[in-house]
Design a protein around this ligand. Structure first.
Ligand code: PRP
Ligand code: MG
Ligand code: MN
Length: 185
C-alpha cells in the first residue's frame, strides 16, 4: 500500500522543451566533426528525455540503450548498480553520449561511465536532464545538465516513483498528504 501523495509542478513541459533544444544545440556543436554519435539512454528513466533530445540533435545518430537499476521500487538507492540489459552495439572508437534523467547520489552514472569507458570509446560525454548536487555521494558530473534542482523527490518526464508517474509530461515533486504540515503551533 502506497502512502497518499500529490504532485506539485516543478518544471513545466514548456520549460523542459526549451532546455532540451538548447542542450541539443550544444551537443551538436561539440560533436560537429563526428561520423556518427552513439546516443546511449539509461533505461528506464531516460526514455522520454532521449526521445526528445535525439530529435533535436543535428548529427548522424545511433540510438542504443543500457538498463541499470539501483532503486527498484524503493525511495533509497541500494548503492548497488545492476546492469540488467547491456548495449546492442560496440562503442570502441566511437563518439558516445550517455543520456540520463537524473543524477542523485551519482552511483548509477559513475558505474555506467566506468563500464563504458573500459570499452575504449573515442570520446564519451554525459547529458543529464536533472542534477541534485546536494545528494552526491560519488564525485561525478555530467558534461551537460538541464536543471540543477534541490533535494526533492521528483517524478515525471520518464522519472518514476515506484514505477508510477513516468508518463507525466512535466517534472513534478512528490508531496505526501498523510503527514500533517508543521504549523509551528
Ligand atoms: C534512477 C534514475 C537514475 C538513478 C539516479 O534510476 O533514473 O538512473 O536512479 O540515482 P543515483 O544517482 O542515486 O544512482 P532507477 O535505479 O530508479 O531505475 P529507473 O531508471 O529504471 O527508474
Ligand atoms: Mg534510471
Ligand atoms: Mn527509478
Amino acid at each position: 500500500p502506497q502512502r497518499p501523495y500529490v504532485i506539485d509542478e516543478m518544471i513545466s513541459a514548456k520549460a523542459i522543451a526549451a532546455r532540451v533544444e538548447a542542450l541539443a544545440k550544444e551537443i551538436t556543436r561539440a560533436f560537429r566533426d563526428t561520423d556518427k554519435l552513439v546516443v546511449v539512454g539509461l533505461l528506464r528513466g531516460s526514455f522520454v528525455f532521449i526521445a526528445d533530445l535525439v530529435r533535436e540533435i543535428d548529427l548522424p545518430v545511433e540510438v542504443d540503450f543500457l538498463e541499470a537499476s539501483s532503486y527498484g521500487d524503493a525511495m533509497e538507492t541500494s548503492r548497488e548498480v545492476r546492469i540488467l540489459k547491456d548495449l546492442r552495439g560496440e562503442i570502441a572508437g566511437r563518439d558516445v553520449l550517455v543520456v540520463e534523467d537524473i543524477v542523485d547520489t551519482g552511483f548509477t552514472l559513475h558505474h555506467v561511465v566506468n563500464l563504458l569507458k573500459s570499452r575504449g570509446p573515442k570520446r564519451l560525454e554525459v547529458c543529464a536532464l536533472l542534477d541534485k548536487p546536494s545528494r552526491r555521494e560519488v564525485p561525478i558530473k555530467a558534461t551537460w545538465t538541464g536543471f540543477e534542482i534541490p533535494d526533492e523527490f521528483v517524478v515525471g518526464y520518464g522519472i518514476d516513483f515506484a514505477q508510477r508517474n513516468r508518463n507525466l509530461p512535466h517534472i513534478g515533486k512528490v508531496r505526501f498528504t498523510d503527514t500533517p504540515t508543521d504549523t509551528g503551533a
